[in-house]
Write a protein that binds this ligand. Structure first.
Ligand SMILES: *Cc1c(COP(=O)(O)O)cnc(C)c1O
Length: 461
């Protein structure tokens, strides 16, 4: 073993080889030395365990391994992918793709300076929130608004502002969990409020709320069951009834809407997503929602409400810790403008366009793409009726009638096929069902279709 150890190259000598100098030029000498040291440490540890060192440590093939280590170490890992899952607001794939206008707006302020907190009129300091406040008020019907990093921050901040050391009353049917890290009871606890649960999982009545009110109660909290539905023998008071109860008792009604649409997305008869305006109109004092779900903008948390309430939130020092950055603000401002005349948000905002594209159009696009795909050697496929989902915790029960391309390869199994596409350039993310690989064009932008086909060709070559 000691002989084998002595045979291993020293890092210095290894670095002097011709192959190494190429890597040093590309990655820097210290980086190359670091991956060599890691490799050598592993080889030595293996030797102690009785595993022979790999052959050809000074060969080109081994330097390819070092090269892969270097690429990995650079963490150049965050990249564009093509979402062919048919799930429009896909949390793992970055939720809402932005409209071109929003991308251009970010571009305009990204590389230079902007009037983020400067009034061009007076030359004095102003607030970043002014860029979206009036637009949000206009679109939602609320008096005023403020925005933070995401909806989770909005809920935490608003509860902290109005209910710290007070009681917040919430239905047992609405103690939501969104994707693991947002659990309403935990958020309430961290806000400093004391949670009072009322009703049961399936049925909560107005009287459950009214009989739970005490001198310590400050807020009634209603949350939208974004990613689940309780059905069957159920009851819950309307937002309007809760708003009246809150008003009569000098309390605030806060509504965590989550998905946050400005347009009516009635997909099927029984599962509409309430609009932001409807929640404001129903009398909720504070409405909170996400910027990157059905709104179709950047990650952001919108807080809408009466001017005095928004002013109080702005005085909360936690706002600074959650404040929205200039790029998101630019994208949000531009996205909101697409909701104003003469634009039609259903055609201008990518998530809304994807949700609303009719099946006939998807079928036409899929049929064209499929023709090219089945020309690839070994690849077989057909069109299949399927359902797409809005995702992101919106409209969980309503599948959108859609069409997918069902593919299979003569020699590569579905899981291996999916992996090849995931590892391709650009990576393609599809879905496996019944041992067949499914690609949905609902979530593939028209301009990305050729990329999708090219990537599949290369992945199978
Ligand atoms: C999605 C969601 C949240 C969390 O929103 P983020 O923007 O992801 O922080 C909170 N509440 C509800 C009801 C939601 O649907």
């Amino acid at each position: 073993m000691s002989h084998a150890l002595r045979q291993l190259p020293a890092v210095d000598r290894w670095l002097r080889s011709d192959f190494a100098s190429g890597l040093c030029a590309e990655f820097g000498r210290s980086e190359v030395a670091a991956v060599m040291r890691t490799r050598l440490d592993r080889i030595r540890a293996n030797l102690v365990e009785g595993v022979d060192p790999p052959a050809g440590l000074e060969d080109a093939a081994y330097f390819e391994l070092l090269r892969a280590d270097l690429v990995k170490r650079r963490c150049d890992s965050f990249r564009r992918v093509i979402n062919a899952t048919g799930i429009v607001i896909h949390t793992n794939l970055g939720r809402a793709p932005l409209a071109d206008e929003a991308i251009e707006a970010m571009n305009r302020v990204a590389g230079g300076y902007s009037n983020l907190e400067l009034s061009l009129d007076t030359g004095k300091r102003s607030s970043r929130y002014q860029h979206v406040e009036a637009l949000l008020a206009r679109l939602s019907g609320a008096e005023s608004a403020v925005v933070v990093n995401n909806c989770a921050a909005a809920v935490l901040l608003a509860l902290n502002a109005f209910c710290r050391e007070g009681e917040v009353v919430i239905s047992r049917g609405e103690l939501i969990e969104i994707g693991g890290s947002f659990r309403m009871p935990d958020v309430i606890a961290r806000s400093g409020a004391c949670m009072v649960e009322v009703g049961t999982t399936n049925r909560t009545h107005l009287r459950d709320f009214s009989s739970a009110l005490t001198d310590e109660t400050r807020v009634i909290l209603s949350s939208h069951p974004s990613n689940y539905r309780i059905s069957g023998f159920t009851a819950k008071p309307s937002l309007k009834a809760l708003a009246e109860l809150a008003r009569e008792n000098n309390l605030l009604l806060m509504h965590d809407l989550g998905s946050g649409a400005f347009v009516d997305l009635k997909m099927t008869d029984n599962s509409a997503e309430p609009s932001i305006q409807a929640c404001v109109a129903a009398g909720a004092d504070v409405v909170m929602c996400s910027g990157d779900k059905l709104l179709g903008g950047p990650q952001a948390g919108l807080i809408l409400g009466r001017a005095e309430l928004i002013a109080r939130i702005k005085q909360n020092p936690m706002l600074r810790a959650m404040r929205i950055d200039k790029l998101s603000l630019a994208a949000l401002n531009a996205t909101l403008q697409l909701y104003l005349p003469p634009h039609d948000p259903l055609t201008r905002i990518p998530v809304l366009r994807m949700i609303c594209e009719d099946n006939a159009s998807i079928k036409r696009r899929s049929s064209r793409a499929l023709k090219k795909l089945i020309a690839i050697p070994g690849l077989k496929g057909c069109l299949k009726e399927d359902e797409s989902y809005v995702g992101g915790g919106s409209l969980p029960m309503s599948g959108i009638p859609s069409t997918v391309m069902q593919l299979h390869h003569e020699t590569i199994g579905a899981a291996a096929f999916a992996k090849r596409l995931r590892m391709g350039d650009p990576p393609i993310i599809g879905r496996i069902a019944n041992n067949r690989f499914h690609l949905s064009l609902r979530t593939v932008l028209e301009r990305d279709t050729e990329d999708l086909i090219g990537a599949i060709e290369r992945a199978l070559a």
